[in-house]
Ligand binder design. Structure first.
Ligand code: HEM
Ligand SMILES: *[C@@H]1O[C@H](CO)[C@@H](O)[C@H](O)[C@H]1NC(C)=O
Ligand SMILES: *[C@@H]1O[C@H](CO)[C@@H](O)[C@H](O)[C@H]1NC(C)=O
Ligand SMILES: *[C@@H]1O[C@H](CO)[C@@H](O)[C@H](O)[C@H]1NC(C)=O
Length: 254
């Protein structure tokens, strides 16, 4: 009996590891400007082809792979779904998220903001006006990661990297559009990678984990990362955003 129990446990561990092993995207796989959604597709937490991904699939993947609570991210998923080109309002193709300042969809015509999430001054992508805003860009990332001078990324380092990219971007792209909405998303993106790689609270974020994530769109299990012990909730993310804003204020920027 006990042997059978162990066998079943062993098999399910092997199956999980197998079904979530990392596989590079092929030429026909849809990918997003978001390194985490691409990571989840590369590991098969959402369909590897990145097509027709539903809200339920996203939320289950966040919980299972990175322990992000649905409440922390559901509004971003909903916003993403407004950019869908699948013909089904509950699914999207990952590439739909690369829309940049698109026309406001008819059903959102009453809104005063543009719904696209993709923005200028990304940490790892070019601005849409300068070229490919979808794929990882080594030069852009070299600017950002030049501020990660220690093997642990502190909130101050993450804030400095974020500020530096925006400052460089203002030089590179005089047409930069970076208002309140864009700034809000970009703070959120830094806060959420710090929480995912810092056990919800943003402590002990190892630089090599963050590099593996951005550069290879891969979860850094082999480097000792494990998902947060406690679920990452809105409060964790908001708390990190507040720390980033405070650091910017202390440095007289933004
Ligand atoms: C379904 C939910 C999500 C959607 C629709 C989404 C969408 C996006 C989009 C469109 C961007 C591009 C923004 C830009 O122009 O830079 C982006 C960036 C980013 N996302 Fe997500 N995302 C989601 C969830 C997450 C989660 C859970 C994480 C956790 C780590 C994450 C981490 C990031 C990071 C770090 C960036 C910044 C990339 C950069 O600036 O180079 N996202 N996301
Ligand atoms: C990608 O799609 C093209 C056109 O439909 C097809 O010819 C090709 O075999 C596909 N490649 C892969 C790797 O599936
Ligand atoms: C995605 O959904 C569309 C529209 O419902 C369908 O035509 C297409 O075959 C689906 N593709 C995949 C890969 O599931
Ligand atoms: C993560 O945080 C939880 C709760 O704060 C704590 O119990 C746990 O030991 C932490 N894990 C690591 C690896 O730091």
């Amino acid at each position: 009996m006990r042997l059978i129990f162990h066998l079943i446990t062993y098999c399910s561990v092997v199956v999980t590891a197998y079904s979530h092993h990392w596989q590079a995207p092929g030429p026909n796989d849809s990918r997003a400007p978001c390194p985490m959604l691409n990571t989840l597709a590369n590991h098969g937490y959402i369909p590897h082809n990145g097509l027709n991904v539903s809200k339920e699939q996203f939320l289950a993947a966040f919980d299972e792979a990175i322990h992000v609570d649905p409440n922390a991210i559901a509004s971003v998923v909903d916003l993403g779904l407004t950019l869908s080109t699948t013909g089904n309002p509950n699914t999207l193709n990952l590439q739909d998220l690369a829309k940049h300042g698109e026309e406001i969809p008819q059903k959102l015509a009453y809104m005063t903001i543009r719904p696209a999430i993709e923005h200028d001054a990304s940490l790892s992508r070019l601005d849409a006006a300068l070229g490919d805003n979808l794929h990882f860009n080594p030069r852009v990332w070299a600017e950002t990661s030049s501020k990660f001078t220690n093997s642990i990324i502190s909130v101050q380092d993450a804030a400095a990297a974020h500020r530096y990219r925006i400052a460089q971007n203002r030089i590179e792209n005089p047409g930069l559009s970076f208002g309140q909405k864009e700034a809000g998303f970009s703070y959120l993106e830094t806060a959420i990678y710090m929480s995912v790689f810092g056990n919800a609270t943003g402590i002990n974020v190892q630089r090599r984990w963050v590099k593996t994530f951005f550069e290879h769109e891969r979860l850094p299990w082999e480097q000792g990362w494990v998902k947060a012990t406690i679920p990452i909730v809105r409060e964790h993310v908001d708390n990190l955003i507040a720390q980033l804003v405070a650091d910017d204020n202390a440095n007289n920027e933004m």
